[in-house]
Design a protein around this ligand. Sequence first.
Ligand SMILES: NC(=O)c1ccc[n+]([C@@H]2O[C@H](COP(=O)([O-])OP(=O)(O)OC[C@H]3O[C@@H](n4cnc5c(N)ncnc54)[C@H](OP(=O)(O)O)[C@@H]3O)[C@@H](O)[C@H]2O)c1
Length: 328
Amino acid sequence: MENIRFGIIGTGNIARRFAYGLTHVSGATLAAVWNRNRAKANAFAIEFGSTAAVYDSVEALLADEHVDAVYIATPHTGHAPLAAAALTAGKHVLCEKPAAISLDELDPVLALARTSGKLFMEAMKPPFYPLYRELRAQLARDPIGEIRFVRAGFANPNVPTGHAVLDPLLAGGGLLDIGIYSAFLAVDWLGAAKDVQTLGRLGASGVDTFASMQSQHEHGIAQIYCGLDTSGSGEALIGGAAGHVVIAEKWWNPSRATVFYRDGRKIDIDMPIEGSGLNYETAHFCELIRHGKTESPILPHAHSRAMIQIIDAARAGLGLRFPFEAQD
Ligand SMILES: NC(=O)c1ccc[n+]([C@@H]2O[C@H](COP(=O)([O-])OP(=O)(O)OC[C@H]3O[C@@H](n4cnc5c(N)ncnc54)[C@H](OP(=O)(O)O)[C@@H]3O)[C@@H](O)[C@H]2O)c1
């Protein structure tokens, strides 16, 4: 099996979870690390793989011929420029969500991915979890009819003051940080959105702290919400003509779901995770590289476009523009 050697760009919370997950992926190793703070990068490399090279610049990491792929885990504003730089340097890219802060920013990255012949995938984890794969299989074997409704949300008020997610200069806000998960669920089951209506509020720093969206999709309607100033249920509901599914909290790290059929049957699915959970998307990403694929069939570029289109529309609905964006 071809070993895939990863460079990690940004060594914060999620990068730790990624690196731990990597230890549960066969044929994948940590080869290089960059963080803006060299001491943190050193400590990270020692913790997760003492042979990993530590670089002082992203450029130096991208020039390392022993790096096949990068995992981008910086704040949101870094994703698209770093992905573009990595693709240009000939690396495959697994990019944390949101893949870009807007469709305008995402499209040039996807165009570059196509011309580079390298794999580009947004690190949107839920569809790779065993529970989600088994749920898909269950509904293929024993359908609940056409899926017409998705209701999901993610709200967590425990954001520390000063965190990047509250910083408008880093494209913070609930929509881009966690709203994108529910946008994924809606897109995955209902297709791209044709219309998005949004209510919400901005917090003291100027980013959205709560948003509630209703969206009309190709195949049905979604109700989704995200919040940084409110607690919310972590369940998701997927409704069809002949039954519905409840994915238990936290649906974005799914391990339990119940399928309720209209004829009275109830099927429980329980699939605990191994590793950190991020190992499933990483294993899929590595398999795609080994098979010469440039796009994931589970999380295709079209999904990333449709997800960020929902967030774009919701931001427009709230009148949320970041200071570095052109103001209306
Ligand atoms: N897939 C998931 O489950 C998941 C979960 C959480 C977050 N995320 C995503 O992952 C990304 C990182 O989130 P996180 O929770 O890991 O954040 P975090 O803990 O704050 O880590 C961010 C990393 O980026 C670095 N950084 C911060 N500001 C920077 C800047 N201006 N320029 C360059 N580097 C900078 C930080 O450096 P220092 O170490 O020096 O502070 C840190 O290494 C976000 O895009 C978020 O949406 C994904």
